[in-house]
Design a protein around this ligand. Structure first.
Ligand code: ATP
Length: 372
C-alpha cells in the first residue's frame, strides 16, 4: 500500500466579489456576486511508504489546500485521494491515529500547560498502551533533550524549545506519515540543523513517510529525496531533490562584511568589468591602485562569481559551484579585502522556484515540454 495516492484532486473555492466602497458593500449584502477560485487544479501524486517528499511552490500555489485535503480538513471539489488506505475527508478520525502533523506557525501544544501535560493528553486521545506510551515518551524526551523544560508552561518556552516539543509530540503515537509545514520557520541555524537530524533519524529508524512543505532549501536538502513542485494548483516538477540541487542549488550566496573603516561601492549587477570594488583609505584597504583618496581593489570579481545587490559595506556574491568552490573564492577575497564577517547560504527557495519557472517558460516557448 502506498502512503498516499491522489487522482485528479481539485479544490475550487467560491469567493465573494465586492467592488470597493461603502455602497458596494451594502449592495453585496443584497445581491452578492460570486466567482470561482481554483486553488488546486487536478493533482495526480503517488508517494510510497517511507519516502521523503518536499512539496514545494511559491505563495498561493495550493500547498496548504492540498495538505488540508490530504489530512481530511477540507473536502475536494473533484478527484480522489487515499492516505494510508483511508479517504481522508470521509475517514478523518481513523486516519488521525496514523498521521502526525507539525505546523511551524500553529502549535498543537496546550499554551498554558507544560509539554509533559500535552504528552499525557495526547496519549489518552490516541488511546496508547500505558507501558508503551511511557517507554516512547521517555525515548523522545531523551532524543529531543526535553528534560530541562518538560515542566515549564509552553508559553514560557523559546521558539526552538517549543518546536522540539512539537515534533517530539507528533511522533508520540508512531505515525506512519508525517506532514510538516514549515517546521523550522524562525529558528536559528543550530536548532534547525538539530531538528532536521532528529526527523531524518526517525525516518530512517521507523520508516516514517515525510511530506514536507518549506521555503528553506536546507530543510529540503537535509530531509527529502524527492521534490514535487506545484504552481497554479498543478504539478510542475516531480523528481529527485539531487537533480533539483544539481540544476538549481548549484549556487551559494556568500555575504562578506568589510572591516570597519572600509567601504564598498560599485555598480554590481553581474557585469564583471563594472563590478569594481572600492574601499576608503584607512584600515581594511584592499590593494594598491590609489586614486582620489580611495583604494581600488582591482576591477574583477573572483572567477565563477556574480555580484548581487547589497547594502554599503557588504559584498554579496553568488558563487557558481560548477565553476569554482566557496573556499577558493574566500581565499582570493581574503587576500584582497579586510573582512569582518562572512556568511555562506543557499539561495532562498523562492529563488530556486523562480529559476524553475523561468526555465519552464523558456522551454515551453522552445517547445521542449516541462522543466528539468
Ligand atoms: N478558504 C479559501 N477561500 C478562498 N480562497 C482560498 C481559500 N484558501 C485558499 N485560497 C486561495 O487558494 C490559493 C492557494 O492557497 P494555499 O493556501 O493553498 O497556497 P499555499 O501554496 O499554501 O501558499 P503559502 O505558501 O502562501 O502558504 C490562493 O490563491 C488562496 O488565496
Amino acid at each position: 500500500m502506498n502512503a498516499l495516492e491522489t487522482r485528479g484532486l481539485k479544490k475550487t473555492f467560491r469567493v465573494k466579489q465586492k467592488a470597493p466602497g461603502f455602497a458596494a458593500s451594502l449592495r453585496s449584502l443584497w445581491a452578492p456576486q460570486w466567482s470561482d477560485k481554483e486553488a488546486v487544479s487536478g493533482i495526480d501524486l503517488t508517494v510510497a511508504q517511507g519516502e521523503t517528499v518536499a512539496f514545494l511552490g511559491p505563495n498561493g500555489a495550493g500547498k496548504s489546500t492540498t495538505i488540508k485535503m490530504l489530512t481530511g480538513i477540507l473536502h475536494p471539489s473533484e478527484g480522489e485521494a487515499k492516505v494510508l488506505g483511508y479517504v481522508p475527508w470521509k475517514e478523518r478520525k481513523q486516519l488521525a491515529y496514523h498521521i502526525g502533523t507539525v505546523f511551524g506557525q500553529k502549535s498543537q501544544l496546550w499554551y498554558h500547560l507544560p509539554p509533559s501535560d500535552t504528552f499525557e493528553l495526547m496519549s489518552r486521545i490516541y488511546e496508547l498502551d500505558r507501558t508503551d506510551y511511557k517507554r516512547r515518551r521517555d525515548n523522545l524526551i531523551e532524543r529531543f533533550v526535553l528534560g530541562p523544560y518538560l515542566n515549564t508552561p509552553v508559553r514560557r518556552l523559546s521558539l526552538g524549545e517549543r518546536m522540539r516539543c512539537e515534533i517530539a509530540c507528533s511522533f508520540l503515537h508512531r505515525p506512519s506519515l508525517l506532514f510538516l509545514d514549515e517546521p523550522t520557520i524562525g529558528l536559528d541555524a543550530m536548532i534547525k540543523e538539530r531538528i532536521r537530524e532528529l526527523i531524518a533519524e526517525l525516518n530512517r529508524e521507523e520508516g516514517t513517510t515525510v511530506f514536507l512543505t518549506s521555503h528553506d532549501a536546507g530543510d529540503i536538502e537535509r530531509l527529502c529525496r524527492r521534490a514535487v513542485v506545484i504552481h497554479h494548483g498543478g504539478i510542475m516538477v516531480d523528481g529527485p531533490v539531487e537533480r533539483l540541487k544539481r540544476d538549481i542549488l548549484r549556487y551559494k550566496t556568500v555575504t562578506i562584511r568589510i572591516a570597519e573603516g572600509a567601504e564598498l561601492s560599485g555598480s554590481g549587477g553581474g557585469n564583471v568589468m563594472q563590478s569594481t570594488i572600492l574601499a576608503a583609505n584607512g584600515e581594511g584597504r584592499l590593494s594598491a591602485d590609489v586614486g582620489n583618496g580611495t583604494v581600488q581593489a582591482g576591477s574583477s570579481l573572483p572567477f565563477g562569481t556574480e555580484r548581487l545587490p547589497s547594502e554599503p559595506g557588504i559584498l554579496k556574491l553568488s558563487v557558481d559551484l560548477t565553476a569554482t568552490g566557496v573556499e577558493a573564492v574566500l581565499s582570493e577575497l581574503m587576500s584582497r579585502l579586510s573582512i569582518a564577517d562572512v556568511t555562506v547560504e543557499d539561495p532562498p527557495m523562492e529563488e530556486v522556484i523562480k529559476t524553475l519557472f523561468e526555465r519552464g517558460r523558456e522551454q515551453s516557448a522552445a517547445g521542449e515540454g516541462n522543466p528539468p
